[in-house]
Design a protein around this ligand. Structure first.
Ligand code: BG6
Length: 479
């Protein structure tokens, strides 16, 4: 480790959650219903029918959670705001009780020396907007999203320094409109790209609004980036990896950073009648917005081989570019003439078949830094496991090992010259995995909750909690 840089003095050591996955209190204090509140009630959609009605009850227990964060020395807490607590119907009258909940949380964090990293949108769209105009399927979402975000900027802009506009646009649109595993549960390739265009416009408009308001803080989107590799040096396999980068990563990050769709992806979509439609002013809006950082959610890399038009593998259901490793993924997935996703023989996988690849994080950071020249805020990274309670403790040495290797990879990327602002682990407490219930755990803090949804909700710090505490105290020197 001789030539390694040290972490910057003000490096942010963060851990995260999302409203639907932790809060519970799904219908309390004036909250409206979100698309997730409805979707989980459709039989067969989630693991054993689990839902976020109670989740880990963060809504009522946030003070206890913040206290544990403070004891750990966490620099910032990433959480999302439920749009339906602020505007039960997505727009219209503000719900003061909802505004107050997050205001109290932010104050409690500050009183404990912890910054807030606020995600404006982590997938829980107001059902009222889905019903009114199809949510992201309509351009009408743009002013409603800006109005919601502006309300947050006005209410919390004096106390919140870091904002994530959209969490993983690539994932929620992929699962919502390509493979139908998230709301609104559709498989419609053309609509998928149109939805993304609306989300890009809404993202740009919110970033512009934030900058116009001259708020002292930074804003950017969080993207789920899995760097794509070629299986070997066969030029066709290298081309396949480039295709996967173009349609699975540049397609989003180029728009965030440059306000333009990438050339090859655009031509590919246009030739197939899948390119989104532009309205007057769209191109200018996309160009005008400049994020302050690129948010990176990193879990794994992807590996590709060529996929010949004759005799190749095609996802039956959609033009799915599966570069994300997310559930609902067929083992052999691909797009004829573009790429096929294959297993990387050099990498171990988690119990959910996600490739474990710390070097991939260094590669991801370097690629983003070189292509976009933006600071990077790592907004998620973590290991989902079946943690077991033994004598009142959780010995998650496998998680410590995973995180340690990833923190080291960040150190190496910083030594390479990448500007990394902070590192966020997923997740702070155990929480509801959207589709995997409570069995797939990510937290530093174990929560007694399971698919019966009747757990005691007791919080128990795992071994990894004490490990992260040391990492923070030593500012990443003591791994
Ligand atoms: C990210 C999301 O995609 O991955 C989180 O932003 C999610 O909300 C996390 O929980 C882990 O996914 P999963 O499916 O393993 O719970």
């Amino acid at each position: 480790h001789k030539n390694l840089a040290t972490f910057p003095k003000d490096f942010l050591w963060v851990s995260a959650s999302a409203a639907y996955q932790v809060e519970g209190a799904y219908d309390e204090d004036g909250k409206g219903l979100s698309v997730w509140d409805d979707f989980v009630r459709i039989p067969g959609k989630t693991f054993k029918g689990t839902n976020g009605n109670v989740a880990v009850d963060h809504y009522h227990r946030y003070q206890e959670d913040v206290k544990l964060m403070a004891e750990m020395g966490m620099k910032a807490y990433r959480f999302s705001i439920a749009w339906t607590r602020i505007f039960p119907n997505g727009t219209g009258e503000v719900n003061e009780a909802g505004l107050k909940f997050y205001s109290d949380l932010i104050d409690d964090l500050l009183a404990n020396g912890i910054e807030s990293l606020v995600t404006i949108y982590h997938w829980d769209l107001p059902q009222a907007l889905q019903d009114a105009y199809g949510g992201w399927e309509s351009r009408k979402i743009i002013p409603d999203f800006v109005n919601y975000a502006e309300t947050l900027f006005k209410a919390y802009g004096d106390r919140v320094k870091y904002w994530v506009s959209l969490n993983e646009q690539n994932i929620f649109t992929h699962m919502g409109w390509q493979i139908a595993t998230h709301p609104p549960g559709k498989k419609d390739p053309k609509l998928f790209y149109q939805v993304n265009h609306h989300a890009n416009l809404a993202n740009a408009a919110v970033i512009n609004k934030f900058h116009d308001m001259n708020i002292d803080g930074k804003i950017g989107p969080s993207f789920a980036y899995s760097p794509q590799y070629a299986f070997d040096s066969n030029p066709l396999n290298v081309l396949a990896a480039e295709n996967a980068e173009e349609l699975g990563a540049h397609f989003w990050m180029d728009v965030y950073a440059y306000g333009e769709y990438p050339i090859v992806a655009w031509n590919y979509l246009k030739a197939r009648g899948l390119a989104p439609e532009f309205a007057p002013g769209d191109a200018e809006l996309l160009k005008s917005a400049k994020p302050d950082f690129m948010g990176l959610n990193y879990y794994q890399s992807g590996t590709n081989t060529w996929n010949p038009i004759d005799g190749g593998v095609e996802n039956k259901d959609s033009y799915q570019m599966n570069t994300t490793g997310k559930k609902g993924t067929a083992k052999a997935s691909g797009i004829l003439g573009l790429q096929k996703s294959v297993t990387n023989p050099f990498l171990e996988t988690t119990n959910w078949d996600w490739a474990i690849d710390p070097v991939g994080l260094r590669i991801a950071l370097r690629r983003i830094a070189s292509r976009y020249r933006l600071p990077i805020l790592i907004t998620e990274n973590g290991l989902g496991e079946y943690d077991k309670l033994e004598d009142g403790q959780v010995h998650d040495d496998y998680r410590i090992d995973f995180l340690k290797k990833h923190v080291l990879a960040i150190k190496e990327a910083i030594s390479d010259g990448v500007d990394v602002i902070g590192y966020t682990t997923w997740s702070y407490t155990d929480l509801l995995s959207w589709l995997n219930g409570y069995q797939k755990r990510y937290g530093f803090v174990y929560v007694d909750q399971d698919e019966t949804m009747t757990g005691s909700l007791k919080r128990i710090p795992k071994d990894s909690y004490y490990w992260y505490k040391d990492v923070i105290t030593s500012n990443g020197d003591d791994l």
